[in-house]
Design a protein around this ligand. Sequence first.
Ligand code: MTE
Ligand code: MO
Length: 255
Amino acid sequence: MNRRRFLTGAAVASSLPLAGCFDAVGQRDSDVRRFLLRANDWTYRVQRLMLGSDQLAREFSRSEIRQPMRPNGSTNPQASDYLRHVAEGFRDYRLSIRGMVARPLAFSLDELRNMPARTQITRHDCVEGWSCVAEWTGTPLALVLDEASVLPQARYAVFSCFDVMENSFTGPIRYYESIDLLDARHPQTILAYGMNGTALPVANGAPLRVRVERQLGYKMAKYIEAITLTDDLSGFGEGQGGYWEDRGYEWFAGI
Ligand SMILES: Nc1nc2c(c(=O)[nH]1)N[C@H]1C(S)=C(S)[C@@H](COP(=O)(O)O)O[C@H]1N2
Ligand SMILES: [Mo]
């Protein structure tokens, strides 16, 4: 058998049982879903053991930016509060930091831009199988968290976004995502307001999107309105830690 026929055969053979599998992933109480959630937990633990908490994702040079950053997911949110911010050039926009913090805070974009910034050229990997290299500029999330003084019992940072996802499953719900505090405090985790040398475009998440460079694209929330510190993800969305996680994606999407 030539290689192509072998691969085609293998793909067909493996997709047959898997087609059934993936249906079960979406079902709350299926064994398949329980198994995958357990496997996800193990991936998370093993990656945390293998990667030092401050290990950096690869950074690239300017000449390696070969194409525009491809916008994906929501690219033009229509929520009225968001449209008002766009129309006003985000003048009254405030990023609120709330939940398990000693000092809840609200940052204007100017306040964030006046804090120490980090610029990094990194590769964005989408779960769909494409990648783009782009330059990102923003405020390290660790600095913002320090100003708000995170309480010791907090375990996660939850990002609440402006964009509304239409969905027959739960009804309309705003995109949200969460990361643990190791990733939140990682030196490359920034609240990006700049991309490829210009202000972050609406299509890529204006005014602020988080970069979580050691995980897949869906973790990198765009259109961030608020960050909530918490020790429990069950009160957000459907309880799995993110819009896509509530639909079967893994919470820890390390690469
Ligand atoms: N608020 C919000 N954030 C989001 C999404 C989204 O639909 N809404 N899509 C995610 C996915 S799947 C990817 S691949 C990236 C796309 O980022 P980009 O538009 O800058 O390419 O954003 C992520 N963050
Ligand atoms: Mo993605």
